[in-house]
Design a protein around this ligand. Structure first.
Ligand SMILES: Cc1ncc(COP(=O)(O)O)c(C=O)c1O
Length: 414
């Protein structure tokens, strides 16, 4: 540990939460170099939805490297990109009647968000953006500027052409009126060009927007000529059950940001899906050295072919999501009626314990029980669970038992 402290910047974070030196990982289990095994209910902040070193995907990666396939290719045509595009079309876009093209971007979610905002500005001719309290879009200058705090304004507040509305769990007429009015009110002297929304908020506390509100965003944005961007970086690729967390809501976005688990193996990869008629990019207008991670294309293709040919995984995620929610409800009841709130959608779940220190202490107590969980939400009061989608039932129940014990023990001290 001393070596890390001496040589790494103070900005390091997760290692402070989980002070162990990790050495290997398989599925939902990470093993430290001293042999201690941890159940991972954080899954790389949602980048490892298909588990650590998923054996099917590891085989693809090894074969890819052994065969001398390309690793890096800018945005040139490659065999792996062709196979990936075909798989996206066949298993993701076509079944959902999405007539969209793929823009590969540099390898982070924030880069996808930057590209989406720039394209929306180009299409609409307007720079101002509307977002929502509790949303998180990444750490680049503009993405962090539109990541809104719970108070409803940008955390870093260094952009004037951004406005945030409150998160909406159960839509009311007042919410709709506010949305409509905001869409027609100039921000910093200019009408809004784009709305960006995480249909299920991850960092904001595992909170799902009311689908009726998402539908209204689409309708009202159509009327106002505003581009709709869905940030599916955390909630997408099956995390909430369906491939996209907005499915069935009627949000029908113009641009969808995808990253985190899209490679299946936790490799850096990000892309935007763009409604075909809105793909107004000029050649090279948005660029990036690492847009062609062929290893990630190869593992992503296999992930899509393995898990998205039918609805088996989606159903399993809904089932496991119910198991998690039931367990969280039991923990909430144990703490006393009305004290804690259970949130979530599919396997993006959280227990809001209403207190920053209590949430942190529960996460620490979970780690003592060899369970990795993180906190999120307003004031970091929610214990968040991002269980790998591929987890087996025994491990799921084992992890929930450890969490229940951590919650009960921590609460009994208060
Ligand atoms: C919804 C959402 N958008 C964007 C990002 C930024 O992704 P990255 O950290 O890869 O830049 C995140 C990261 O947590 C996210 O949860």
């Amino acid at each position: 540990m001393d070596l890390f402290e001496a040589l790494e910047s103070n900005v390091r974070y997760y290692c402070r939460r989980w002070p162990a030196v990790f050495a290997s990982a398989h599925g939902a289990v990470i093993t430290a170099e001293d042999g201690t095994q941890y159940l991972d209910f954080f899954a790389g902040a949602g980048a490892l939805s298909y588990g650590h070193n998923n054996p099917v995907l590891v085989e693809v990666a090894i074969e890819h490297l052994r065969a001398g396939r390309l690793t890096h290719s800018l945005d040139t045509f490659t065999v792996e990109k062709r196979q990936f595009l075909e798989a996206m079309q066949r298993y993701v876009l076509a079944p959902r009647q999405l007539d969209m093209v793929v823009q590969t971007v540099g390898p982070t979610g924030a880069t996808a968000v930057e590209a989406a905002l720039q394209l929306a500005q180009k299409i609409s001719g307007r720079r101002a953006v509307l977002g929502f309290a509790g949303s998180y879009h990444g750490m680049t200058y503009r993405a962090s500027s539109i990541s809104a705090s719970m108070a409803g304004r940008a955390v870093s507040a260094h952009l004037k052409d951004f406005v945030a509305l409150p998160f909406v769990e159960h839509v009311t007429d007042a919410d709709l009126e506010l949305l409509e009015r905001t869409l027609h009110t100039p921000v910093d002297g200019e009408l809004i060009g784009a709305v960006i929304v995480e249909p299920t908020q991850g960092e904001g506390g595992a909170r799902a927007f009311d689908p009726l509100y998402l539908r209204a965003i689409r309708t009202l944005c159509d009327q106002a000529g505003v581009i709709v961007i869905a940030d599916e970086v955390q909630a997408g690729v099956g995390r909430t059950g369906p491939f996209f967390s907005f499915e069935g809501s009627g949000l029908d976005p113009d641009i969808v940001c995808v990253s985190k688990s899209i490679s299946g193996l936790g490799l850096p990869m990000a892309l935007n899906l763009i409604r075909r008629g809105l793909d107004t990019w000029g050649a090279g207008e948005f660029s990036g050295t690492f847009r062609g991670n062929n290893l990630a294309f190869a593992t992503s293709t296999r992930m899509l072919e393995t898990y998205w040919v039918d609805s088996t995984l989606e159903k399993q995620t809904e089932l496991n999501g119910r198991t998690v929610r039931n367990a969280l409800e039991t923990m909430a009841l144990g703490a006393g009626e009305g004290r804690f709130t259970v949130r979530g959608n599919g396997l993006l779940c959280g227990l809001d314990v209403g207190d920053t220190d209590l949430a942190a202490d529960i996460a620490a107590a979970a780690f003592e029980r060899q369970l990795i969980v993180e906190t999120c939400g307003a004031g970091d009061t929610t214990v968040k669970l991002l269980v790998p989608l591929t987890i087996d039932e025994t491990q799921l129940r084992d992890g929930l038992t450890r969490l229940a014990d951590a919650v009960a023990t921590t609460c009994s001290d208060r």
